[in-house]
Design a protein around this ligand. Structure first.
Ligand code: ATP
Ligand code: MG
Length: 540
């Protein structure tokens, strides 16, 4: 076996050299970020107005927000809700709250009243930052609310006077609270792809580890380029992926983050060209949109782009091929992470000599993994698929108020059971097969929905598809496909079933097909199978 795999313990070690992490137990992530100085350049740029915040203004603004909140009665350990879309103020609010020793909990600003209420109660939120459109949703909850404008232009409006005050306090806290690396920094919610989303408690230590093992480590691969890195921030900062990069990691590196409120393909093309964006982290649906756009118009060259990285949801090999063909000069990688691991996990790693676009990459530095047979509990060597377990400094403290779920997910030896099915190849690259929970069990055979989805999406008349298991008395479960067809397509369920049957082992056959208008997806492009299951119950 290769040296990075120990057959005795079943442990996979990272192939990357270990990275030093700060050992001082009294360190908070904000002090850590600003221990690196980057004067002169823009830290945050608003893509629509061009308004920007320089690195020299960043820390004073963060301190100002902390100081203002302190005066408003917010103190260490209090929980602050950030119910905002992306803006240049998002990272400032986030870091300001942390600077005070208070705790941030982010949430999708499009959440319903019901979702917000549950979130506020569960986390014990005392104050919220939001957009005026959400006032009505927050009113009945009896917490203080601060409205945040889109950019500098909005600041003049009266409803933002409180925020205006916060960012113009202009002095530091009278006394900095003592913050430990082990103190809670954030409560982030998982996407709710498999069930009710869970509150993931992350410490300052988790965030510091994320900065080093994910963001700084990856950027160090591109250091040969003398250009300053400019990142396009379209991924939502209320999710761990966007938050880790745009509100924390990249600000420690001194990159410029161009913030976009909402994904729009034409706008993305314009902004990449105007701001000479070099790095663009995406999720699969954005990648597809970008390819379609580039193949339709000649103006879409994206000459400044150096790297596109994709994560959060599975990507079909067809899309990867299309991307490489359309943008041959752009480096492409996939990455894997989860809320519970503070976005750290695996990242693609291409060198001059060796390129691998289909894998989710190599294990991050300082992280360990196991691949476990979910039937026998055996630890598996390279080449065999099983559940991925992860261990390392970025793994969450636990789920909020849910000891049972925490014990079920993190075992006594600190392994996080990810619920994802993966395998390592002989070069140490990982491949993701599917989620354990989604594996369909037909007559004792195990079927990965992702395999069937990959087959169906290759049909020229199918634009989107999701496969789930439906309970079946006779066989246990049967694979059912939800299919979105091209406009005008005459495909019948039989066509679809025959098409798949020709290409897969007979036990994997699709046994039912439903045509729908749209596959339900989360903000980060994940198929919401939970919704499809509900839909199935009503259809059957
Ligand atoms: P929930 O846990 O609430 O059901 P979720 O697992 O989708 O939702 P996140 O923490 O946002 O919530 O997402 C992590 C999951 O996303 C991983 O466990 C994995 O299943 C999936 N994922 C992440 N990166 C990739 C990737 N590159 N390819 C495929 N799947 C990925
Ligand atoms: Mg999950």
């Amino acid at each position: 076996h290769p040296h990075w795999f120990s057959s005795k313990s079943g442990i996979y070690h990272s192939k990357h050299a270990p990275v030093d992490l700060p050992s001082d137990p009294f360190l908070d992530v904000v002090s850590f970020i600003f221990s690196h100085r980057h004067d002169g350049v823009s830290a945050l740029v608003d893509s629509s107005s061009g308004c920007s915040i320089s690195y020299s203004k960043l820390l004073p603004l963060v301190k100002s927000v902390a100081c203002g909140l302190h005066k408003m009665g917010v103190s260490q350990g209090d929980v602050v809700l950030i119910l905002l879309p992306n803006s240049i103020y998002y990272p400032i609010v986030f870091l300001g709250v942390l600077y005070l020793g208070a705790i941030v909990t982010p949430l999708n600003p499009l959440s319903s009243v019901h979702e917000i209420r549950r979130h506020v109660a569960e986390c014990g939120v005392s104050l919220a930052f939001t957009v005026p459109e959400n006032f009505k949703k927050l009113e009945p909850l009896g917490i203080s609310v601060i409205a945040v404008p889109e950019n500098e232009k909005g600041l003049r409006h009266g409803c933002f006077s409180c925020f205006c005050y916060l960012i113009s306090c202009d002095f530091d806290l009278p006394q900095r609270p003592v913050i430990k690396q082990d103190d809670t920094a954030g409560i982030l919610y998982s996407s709710g792809t498999t069930g009710v989303s869970k509150g993931v408690v992350l410490s300052h230590k988790n965030l510091i580890a994320m900065v080093e093992l994910f963001v700084r480590f990856e950027a160090s691969q591109y250091e040969c380029s003398c250009l300053r890195n400019v990142y396009l921030a379209v991924l939502p900062m209320f999710h761990v992926y966007g938050l880790s990069l745009f509100a924390v990691g990249l600000l420690s590196l001194g990159s410029t983050v161009v913030v976009m409120r909402k994904f729009d393909t034409d706008e993305v093309v314009r902004v990449i060209d105007e701001y000479k964006v070099t790095h663009f982290p995406v999720v699969p649906p954005m990648l597809t949109a970008l390819i379609t756009r580039a193949n339709g118009f000649n103006d879409c060259k994206l000459q400044s782009l150096i790297q596109v990285s994709c994560g959060a949801a599975p990507l079909s090999s067809g899309i990867v091929d299309d991307f490489l063909r359309t943008f041959p000069d752009v480096d492409f990688i996939q990455g894997y992470g989860m809320t519970e691991s503070t976005a750290v996990g695996t990242r693609g790693f291409n060198t001059e000599k060796f390129r691998n676009y289909s894998s989710i990459g190599l294990l991050a530095p300082n992280m360990e993994a196991k691949v476990v047979d979910w039937n026998t509990g055996a630890f598996l060597p390279p080449g065999s698929s099983g559940e991925l377990w992860l261990r390392g400094p970025s793994i969450m403290t636990g789920y909020l108020n849910n000891e049972e779920a925490t014990m079920y997910t993190i075992d006594r030896d600190d392994w996080l059971h990810t619920g994802d099915v993966v395998y390592f190849d002989n070069d140490g690259y990982l491949y993701i097969a599917d989620r354990l929970k989604d594996i369909i069990k037909y007559k004792g055979f195990q079927i990965a929905p992702a395999d069937l989805e990959a087959v169906l999406i290759s049909h020229p008349e199918i634009v989107d598809v999701a496969v789930i298991g439906a309970t079946d008395e006779e066989t246990g479960e049967i694979p059912v496909a939800f299919v979105v067809t091209k406009v005008g397509s005459m495909l019948s369920p039989k066509h679809v079933m025959d098409y798949a049957a020709e290409q897969v082992a007979s036990y994997k056959k699709i046994r039912k097909v439903f045509f729908i208008n749209k596959i339900p997806r989360s903000a980060t492009g994940k198929i919401l199978r939970k919704q499809l299951r509900n839909c199935l119950t009503s259809k059957l």
